[in-house]
Design a protein. Structure first.
Length: 881
């Protein structure tokens, strides 16, 4: 305590907080330009400069991360300045870094701190005088030109371009309509009002004033719609809503049929999609349980299904607007009671149709929807209706989603717990029914149900697994069919029957994994994969140290060059392919390649974080193949999306990527590449023949059997259409040893045999062609071999019951040998195929006397036809060696 007479101690003066940018720098700059400023102004300027620097650095960091780099460059700073609308700094580049030197202090002046300056380059006047002189550009000048000549504006670069006549006329007539997002377009050119004729009778129809006010705040869209489309939209929506009590109403059926089949509705698609979305929101907003709301939702689901069925509509830009109405109906907790099950089932089927059509183009679509449904199923506090809709939605996504949600994710146990806590009411019964239906989709029940016997040790173990996975409630129901129970447990990739009891699967982790796979635009389903064909010899990559290379050879090694595109400065793995060096981030291999350490034969004690040029990774592969792999690992989504378009896709690079990803076990990339290549093979009909041959030879060289089969089928199609000569295609097939293609070329040439009515010694004559002598011999051998085969199958197949053949089956079988004068005279494949597709004629009265023998000649004809197509080349070339 101080006495009253004591003076208070003075408080220490608080110093101003300084940032990164020092106040002394501001003072030095001010002194250099001859300005004197106070300390408060200097402090404020320093704070402002530091803020501007932070702003520029933050923007530059975004460009650095977008470029997948960890080091900021001067180019990032330049881009950041452009974004901030600041003139870039000139004279600074990553190839010519600025050199700073420390200035020596003056002896007579006290040094305040180190001072750095940029050292100027010394200029040699002799060199400057010898260089070529650059002419100065022309200065700014004035010139005259005609704005108009006799009332007509001349078409010269100085004048603006003329307005097209169509646009000018339509503007004068008022056909350029300003259409709102949801409101339709009236017949007179104005926006349609929000009336009951074009919106469902729900919340959207009860509050027109609110809807009008919100529409005024939206940005208007300019679009030209014909009066016919305007009238069509008004009548279509008026026929669908308000819904009729009769589901088979002629107006409703006709409107849906028109929407499902008519072409030319692309301009109305955004308004129809928005109309459906607002209709679903209006029907679900009030939570009404009336019959009318259920009918409205059924009509809107039918409209979505009709839009999906119309093959002339391009709906991919509107998928994000179609999914919310479907998921809202699926997961809404309080649908009208009399329509709830029907609505959720229809929504599930519509969702399945949408995913079937577009999940290949957008691989991330199915995993994201699956994650949403899984969270709705297992999250606490959800209602019966939401859980039932989630289960039916998983059924629509597919078997994999049902397995993840009900079996591995514990969804069945969650539903069982809900049932045990409150098992009263139709909603709980419907929820249990949906789970059992989903389990039947996962694995169908057996015809003869034989329940599990708890007294047996094996059955008791299965019952314990069922309790762990499905819970006691559903386990007791599934246990009534022992075969069904085993199939459900074994449906997982790692069968649950072989897993310990404490093995748990986190459904959140599984959904995240699936979404991570899809984020790289890879294929969704492994069922789409073609059969992989292993190369005869599997080459491995080895680590090579620069000091351990043999030095005894007097021949100089070729100089190594860095790849222009895939040698990243921020990479930490240097890979030598041939004489080209690649430098890539190591996480691309460690994350996406399974077993990279064993595959590249890396030592166990090797530090995988950094592999430099002195201790590089050498891969014995073609440079173009590895460059394609590097593209697949580092490509951005825009480049990946281009591969879907056959006009922009690089087919050769995709084939190389497929080969490399299969060989080096980049599973996710291999699935995507396989699906993309398969799609491209179906769209190669318009490619030139030379390019097609080059892709086929590359596929054969890399051992891509599935791609070779698809391309061979396309070659056969071109051969049948006479788009290419038989000689050219045969030489190409022989050069690449394509036996199947050779067989079909010979067979196509064999079909040109002309029928003849001359004596048997000259019963046929081969067509004139440019085949070589050996090829002519193979053609004759094939004709003789197929003739022997054709005579050997004249005996009809045996009947099922051992009864002798009746006249009708004998006549049908022997009709293939009827001699005709039609061309071609000898075509076993077509005759067998036509017989296999022949319909059974009605029985004749004679059949009562001679009973049918249940002859299987049609099935036998199909089997013989398939076997002949598979072994067609053997008849011409002989058995394979």
């Amino acid at each position: 305590m101080q006495s009253n007479g004591a003076k208070p101690k003075p408080k220490p003066q608080q110093t101003a907080q300084t940032g990164v940018y020092k106040v002394d720098s501001i003072k030095d700059i001010a002194d250099s330009v001859g300005i004197t400023i106070s300390d408060s102004v200097v402090s404020a300027l320093a704070s402002d400069v530091e803020y501007r620097i932070n702003q520029v650095v933050e923007e530059a960091a975004r460009f650095m991360r977008h470029g997948r780099r960890t080091t900021m460059t001067t180019a990032d700073i330049e881009q950041a300045l452009r974004v901030l609308n600041i003139e870039p700094l000139y004279g600074h580049s990553s190839y010519n870094p600025t050199t700073f030197r420390r200035a020596l202090p003056f002896p007579q002046v006290q040094a305040a701190g180190p001072v750095f300056f940029v050292e100027d380059e010394e200029i040699d006047f002799d060199r400057v005088l010898r260089e070529e002189k650059i002419a100065l550009p022309k200065g700014v000048s004035w010139t005259a030109h005609w704005l108009a000549v006799e009332g007509v504006q001349p078409l010269i670069p100085e004048n603006p371009p003329a307005i097209p006549r169509d646009t000018e006329g339509s503007t004068a007539k008022g056909d350029l309509l300003k259409v709102n997002g949801i409101g339709g377009v009236g017949v007179n050119g104005s926006s349609l009002p929000l009336t009951a004729s074009n919106l469902p009778t729900g919340a959207g129809a009860k509050k027109p004033a609110t809807g009008t006010a919100s529409n005024q705040s939206q940005q208007l869209v300019k679009q030209v719609l014909s009066k016919e489309l305007q009238l069509y939209y008004a009548r279509l929506t008026g026929s669908l809503l308000p819904p009729s009590t009769d589901p088979t109403s002629s107006k409703r059926v006709a409107a849906l049929a028109s929407l499902r089949n008519d072409a030319g509705l692309q301009a109305l698609l955004p308004y129809l999609v928005r109309w459906v979305g607002e209709g679903v929101v209006g029907a679900l907003k009030e939570g009404s349980q009336s019959e009318t709301e259920g009918n409205v939702l059924e009509v809107l689901l039918d409209v979505i299904g009709a839009i999906l069925d119309n093959n002339t509509l391009f709906i991919e830009p509107y998928l994000h607007q179609l999914l919310p109405p479907i998921l809202s109906i699926l997961l809404h907790s309080s649908l009208p009671t009399s329509h709830s099950t029907q609505l959720r089932t229809t929504a599930s089927q519509t969702l399945s149709k949408l995913l079937t059509q577009h999940s290949t183009t957008y691989p991330s679509l199915s995993p994201r929807i699956m994650k949403t449904l899984l969270l709705a199923l297992i999250s606490p506090g959800k209602g019966y209706g939401t859980r039932e809709g989630a289960i039916r939605g998983l059924v629509g996504v597919g078997k994999e989603a049902v397995r993840k949600g009900l079996v591995e994710g514990g969804g069945a146990k969650v539903v069982a717990a809900e049932w045990e806590s409150n098992s009263s009411g139709n909603q709980s019964y419907s929820l249990v029914t949906s789970v059992m239906d989903a389990l039947r989709v996962l694995q169908p029940t057996s015809d003869m149900a034989d329940g599990l016997d708890p007294s047996k040790e094996a059955d008791n173990a299965i019952l314990g697994k069922l309790n762990d996975v499905l819970g006691p409630f559903f386990a007791s129901r599934v246990a009534e069919d022992a075969a069904w129970a085993r199939e459900i447990l074994n449906s997982c990739p790692v069968p649950i029957l072989n897993m310990p009891h404490e093995k748990k699967v986190n459904i959140e982790d599984e959904a995240v994994k699936i979404e991570e796979i899809s984020s790289y635009k890879r294929a969704r389903s492994p069922e789409n994969l073609a059969e992989a064909s292993a190369r005869p010899a599997k080459r491995r990559a080895v680590l090579v140290s620069a000091g351990s290379l043999p030095n005894s050879s007097p021949v100089e090694e070729p100089q190594r060059i860095r790849d222009e595109k895939y040698y990243y400065d921020e990479g930490n793995w240097v890979i030598l392919v041939g004489h080209t060096l690649f430098k890539l981030p190591h996480f691309l291999f460690l994350k996406h390649c399974s077993g990279v350490q064993e595959l590249f034969q890396l030592p166990v004690d090797k530090d995988l974080d950094i592999i430099t040029e002195r201790d590089l990774l050498q891969v014995d592969e073609d440079v173009e193949d590895f460059r394609a792999l590097s593209w697949g690992l580092t490509a951005d989504p825009g480049e990946i999306t281009q591969q879907i378009d056959p006009l922009k896709a690089n087919s050769e690079m995709m084939l190389r990527l497929l080969y490399m990803t299969r060989k080096y076990k980049f599973d996710k990339h291999a699935r995507w590449a396989n699906e993309t290549v398969t799609r491209l093979c179906k769209q190669l009909t318009a490619r030139p023949l030379d390019e097609f041959k080059r892709l086929l030879s590359l596929s054969e060289k890399q051992g891509l059997s599935g791609v070779v089969t698809a391309m061979t089928t396309e070659c056969i199609r071109r051969l049948d259409s006479r788009a290419v000569s038989s000689k050219e295609m045969l030489d190409f097939a022989e050069f690449h040893n394509l036996r199947r293609l050779q067989g079909w070329v010979y067979y196509a040439e064999l079909l040109l045999i002309k029928p003849s009515k001359e004596p048997p010694s000259t019963a046929f004559s081969l067509p004139s062609n440019s085949f070589s002598l050996e090829q002519q011999f193979r053609l004759l051998r094939g004709f003789w071999s197929l003739s022997q085969f054709w005579d050997s199958i004249k005996t009809p197949p045996s009947s099922h019951n051992g009864v002798a053949h009746t006249y009708h089956c004998l006549d049908a079988w022997m009709s293939m040998w009827d001699r005709t004068d039609e061309k071609p005279a000898f075509d076993p494949l077509v005759k067998l195929y036509n017989l296999g597709k022949q319909t059974v004629r009605p029985p004749k009265p004679a059949d009562r006397v001679v009973p049918r023998c249940n002859c299987n000649y049609r099935t036998h004809a199909r089997e013989v036809s398939d076997a002949l197509a598979d072994t067609l080349a053997d008849h011409f070339l002989g058995p394979p060696k």
